[in-house]
Design a protein around this ligand. Sequence first.
Ligand SMILES: [Zn+2]
Length: 557
Amino acid sequence: MPKFLITSAIPYVNGVKHLGNLVGSLLPADVHARFRRQLGDEVLFICGTDEHGTPTELAAAAADLPIRQFCDREHARQADIYRRFGLSFDYFGRSSSPENHGLTQHFYHRLDAGGLIEERDVQQVWSPRDQRFLPDRYVLGTCPHCGSPDARGDQCEGCGRLLDPPDLIQPRSAISGQTSLELRWSRHLFLRQSQLIERLRAWLETRHGWPPFVASLARSWLTSELCDRCITRDLTWGVPVPRSGFEGKVFYVWFDAPIAYIAATQAWAACDPTRRRWQDWWCESENTRYIQFLGKDNVPFHAVSFPATLLGSDERWKTVDVIKGFHWLSYAGGKFSTSRKRGVFTDAALEELPADLWRWWLIANAPESSDTDFTVDRFVADVNKDLADVFGNLVNRILVFCRRTFDGRIPAGGQFGTDERALANEVTAKLASIRYQHEQLDFRRAAAETRALWVLANTFLQRAAPWSAGGDQAAVITRVTLNLVRLCAIAAHSIVPSLSGIVLSAFDDHAAIPHWPGHPIADNLDGYAGHAVKPIGRLVEKLSDWDVLRLKRRFGD
Ligand SMILES: [Zn+2]
């Protein structure tokens, strides 16, 4: 029996994330975790905040708070937002945790013992105006590979290549704009990834089921000359480097951040040590299937850097089986941007509308094979059509009819006939298709097939028309449609858990995880005669022109 380890890329702690961050890793990871739990699979869903590095230092300074206090506040804030979005993490940890400090230093010692760590003197950018070494991403300049004029010192957003600040042509400070920068020598540690290239390549060849663009990105990293990577920085906030001569330096945030997946699992296990073992997931893990969810900019770190750390340790660590990568969600034709506050941010989204409306749209339009553009008009049109017209109307129509005609009980009587058996076959096929798309990690198709099940139910109800049928005939149609509505809600649970829960509560089903329907579906559809059906309010209110105006004003679309 396989078990599923699911991680989402850990969001950076420096500010509230936008919908692009949500759909690029956190939300699809949650949908898959929920779906797997519905099947009865054992699941561990891990995430956390990424807290080290200079952006945190600068954000804390801007907020006039000590860094630790700033991180405490922002971690709690993000955790609360994700809880309200229905993200069902088993543990939401922190890269600044004692566990992560310990593990990061452990990996360093193992890599050092394996001859994979080397001291080198590097030139670093010193800004006299800012009176500090400029961290990589705070040096801007022209990319030596593609010529983009605004490449950052850590990575060029134009071509995606990883950079070191001295690579940049005509560098300038992102903090002050100062161009009179100096290069100063500083001693740092390098992870000799070049020594691991054959092992990484062999490892990559044993991975299957990655989206084609992720697999080719990963391969491109290993076929181009894989550079050794500087894994330390001249900063004070981070994991200290346990090596003489390196006092006052810390590990690079990208070295310790993925290790936090393991550290968060240790913290999860420490909450209930008699029943939980982190080693079951990361060490003795033959039956574990490990899936990582992340945006395409994170692919090199997860397909090369983190595996280099794990393989280079020469210990038996679980490595990722499938990387599910995502393209970008753009915002009204431009980029979502945390630093420029452009786009829909997760806190503001929840102030305007219930989480499930956002969840539905984002999954139904997930940027899986190419970028997706968010606009308020598209969002409102889809939510009104799919959730209000198709799913919501179906639910409310049959519940109201049952209350008026059958006193709020699932009616017995009538024969489960040819039409109903044909319907059962169609529903069986549709459920199998929804399940298949989820198993393939094909989120847009999973949403499309879920919607197709709702449409199928609507079509049946419309054609069978219990309101103009006789007593027994009306009873069987109502019974079948009510049971079909239950199946529609169960099938939608992983994407819209709150709406699904409201519908199931009408049937007095309050299970946190509604089990995926077993066979045969015909029995499901013909069952539950005599059970009470409770009234629920309007499931989804249609968004009006006023809502459109309000959303556009709020989000500046
Ligand atoms: Zn470039």
